[in-house]
Design a protein. Structure first.
Length: 393
């Protein structure tokens, strides 16, 4: 058996807004960039020693269609003997890739892997279904693959196939989370993200993409305020509380982690950022997908042998303010002040397949900066799932 799985390094691109700073970059090129960066930042690493590259990707309908993990490895110049596999657990895809890589290292199947995630929501294509019969006379529909349900199976209960924003409204109702609380949460995300960038907290983590001008996350608004957000109209329900301002935006970006054994770290002369100490997955009703992290986190903590009070930092992906606040309501023993201290997805962005890898990498760097401790990364997933990972540094 191996001596555990460790995060040796973690990088990501800045996250670009929909149609903006990274929109002209293919997703396989975004993925290749973070893979290449990990290799270049480990000068003692022979790339042939990497046994597999696993990438999360939530769409897979466009330029990311041909096993984007393998494409990234090839485009990054890794030897053709380095394999690659793409996984899809929607918003949790990047974290799922890291979980799979950690298991491979722990079992001794691999000594060194790269895991990550990528999404270009700007470049997600429209798709056209084939007609049931030849020579249709009517109009055909192009379906956007950017986000959410499309071509839904009619056997799926209607209450499960509501839109993501409608689900956030449902959670706001269920947990009594008002508009002001959601806007305050969103403002905190922006202000913490802006402060983190100002303090150069992301300098080791974020690597700009060559050929672009984007050097920082494009969605961070340092001047955000509750008064400004209060002017926005509800985005999903008339008279609702969920707006574009207290929801995560559509984004492009990639993130990756170098995951290996302690022996490999010693060979490379690298001090690991953190050890992967616990993992958890959970399913919930699809119409309340946002509370998926609740049970997943509790499982991960139990398997790591720790409790809420042992945590130094928590990264909870902010799909919606209402969704995040609903999770926090279910974790009364968690100090909310240690959650997303460098801002969350409402400010930083949420490129679906990349976000799980992003929160895990951010958490690892944060624990290193804090001098060690326990951390939790958790993410909600469309169609009713949650993933969580515990780190020890």
């Amino acid at each position: 058996m191996s001596n555990g799985a460790h995060i040796l390094d973690a990088v990501r691109t800045p996250f670009g807004r929909y149609g903006k700073g990274l929109a002209e970059v293919r997703p396989d090129d975004l993925a290749a960039h973070v893979v290449r960066t990990l290799v270049d930042r480990s000068p003692g690493l022979d790339p042939a020693r990497i046994e597999d590259v696993a990438f999360g990707d939530a769409n897979g309908a466009g330029e990311d269609n041909r096993n984007v993990a393998r494409m990234a490895a090839l485009l990054a110049g890794l030897p053709t003997g380095v394999a690659g596999a793409t996984v899809n657990r929607l918003c949790g895809s990047g974290l799922e890739a890291a979980i799979g890589a950690s298991r491979a290292v722990e079992t001794g199947d691999h000594e060194l892997t790269i895991a990550g995630g990528v999404e270009s929501m700007s470049r997600a294509p429209w798709v056209l279904q084939k007609p049931e019969g030849g020579f249709p006379r009517g109009h055909e529909t192009l379906h956007s693959t950017t986000l959410g349900w499309r071509m839904t199976n009619p056997e799926m209960p209607e209450r499960w196939t509501i839109g993501l924003g409608d689900s956030a409204e449902l959670l706001a109702d269920r947990y009594g989370i008002g508009r002001e609380a959601q806007d305050e949460f969103a403002v905190r995300s922006h202000r913490r993200a802006a402060a983190a960038w100002e303090a150069e907290a992301f300098d080791r983590e974020v690597v700009p993409v060559p050929g672009t001008e984007l050097t920082a996350d494009e969605g961070v608004r340092a001047d955000s305020s509750v008064a400004k957000l209060a002017k926005l109209k509800p985005a999903f329900r008339e008279g609702g509380t969920v707006t574009a301002g207290n929801s995560s935006p559509l984004n492009d970006g990639a993130a990756a982690l170098l995951i290996g054994s302690e022996a490999v770290a010693a060979d490379l002369g690298v001090t690991p950022l953190a050890r992967i100490a616990g993992r958890g997955v959970a399913g919930v009703d699809p119409d309340v997908f946002g509370i998926g992290p609740v049970a997943a986190a509790e499982t991960a903590l139990r398997r790591a042998g720790i409790g809420w009070g042992d945590l130094t930092a928590v990264e909870l992906n902010e799909a919606f303010a209402a969704q995040s606040l609903a999770c926090l309501a279910e974790w009364p023993d968690l100090d909310p002040e240690i959650v997303n201290v460098r801002g969350g997805a409402i400010a930083l962005g949420h490129p679906l397949g990349a976000s799980g890898a992003r929160i895990l990498g951010t958490l690892a760097h944060q624990l290193r900066a804090a001098g060690g401790g326990w951390g939790l990364a958790a993410i909600c997933i469309g169609v009713g799932q949650g993933l969580a990972v515990v780190l020890q540094a």
